[in-house]
Design a protein around this ligand. Sequence first.
Ligand code: KE4
Length: 435
Amino acid sequence: MTIDRNLDLFERAKRSIPGGVNSPVRAFRAVGGTPRFVQRAQGAYFWDANGQRYIDYIGSWGPMILGHGHPAVLEAVQKAALDGFSYGAPTEREVQLAEAIIAAVPSIEMLRLVSSGTEAAMSAIRLARGATGRPKIIKFEGCYHGHADALLVKAGSGLATFGYPTSAGVPPEVVQHTLVLPFNDVAALEAAFAEHGAQMAALMIEPIAGNMNFVRATVPFMRRCRELCSQHGALLVFDEVMTGFRVALGGAQSVYARHMPGFEPDMTVLGKVIGGGMPLAAFGGKRAVMEQLAPLGPVYQAGTLSGNPVATACGLATLQEISRPGYFDALGARTRSLISGLQGAAAQAGVPFCGDSEGGMFGFFLLPQLPPNYTDVMKTNGARFNALFHGLLRRGVYTAPALYEAGFVSSAHSADDIAATVQAAAEAMAGLPEA
Ligand code: KE4
């Protein structure tokens, strides 16, 4: 009888780590089954505890845009580690990384490096409140900005009422200033600003919402976000932890600027790709706002490992590789070929399917058309999604273990990997349970 080392490790892990994982989505609770414990990864692949190879469309939830173990990144990390792991003092490489990010994202004049997207988003909210002297913030249903208390909120009863905590341990008064609105709903947005505009510090949004799979903010909706923030003196904060340096070198904001010349958010939150797989994130924006941060200004923010010298080496080497001419054109074409291949397989199997992608980020739905908001995303038949997930997994294709998560293609994914994935999907779709 063959031993399943993933199962053994999962049972062992559950004895010392809550749920056996260090982040909930890894536990496969939404899709069922046993999480794959990764032994090693290289390029577009990882191998699990049983030695089974998978084509990896998660890539650490976005950071591994070059694929695992890119030689130039590996060399940079190995070299940096020899010079020391952490100093708690400034280094030249932090300045180089800040300059590289600022060069790629024109809306950012200054930034602060931190260690996670949660920390970056939390700090951006505090800074927005400190800079404006206002308490209230808007977020959108289906958008996730990390697990800071003020952002663990679900929509209130009425559209313009404040939210309720989504987690135990968050007292209602902590989220009393957080308004949760439906994504892509201009009327709800206008009502919220009409009622609370004078108190509004910030509107935080995932421009392409990867935490409800892949839902774009429409251009008219994004235009109103920008207009209403400007009109009421609130800061428009783009959470580009997932989309930054993933959908384009300039992030999703550069995609919107193509439709609205001159479009810029006031602040941007970054993570994932800028660390290249090491713990590193950032938040940045206009100088006048950023200079409100300690030690210059009254808004406190700090971190022992912020700007860590090994992480900045990893991030800088990653950004250098993805800044090469034509990198995103090629990555975008490869990702589109995956979506069109899956669409063809679904049509062949008579399965309702739609998908979308931008750069190296994609999403697909077992729905006839792209959903504009979280309510519609969740109309997906969960049993069918889970059957497809496991059908792909059994065939060595690792996609997101939840229907509200996005997928990621790296520049290490070959045309053959895409073809193998489409073939696996065609076989898996042929046997899906009825909707
Ligand atoms: P972290 O604290 O996990 O580094 O970043 C939080 C965060 C902030 N903003 C956006 C848009 C994000 O997508 C994330 C984290 N993304 C999830 C995937 N949906 C990370 C995976 C996980 O939670 O394990």
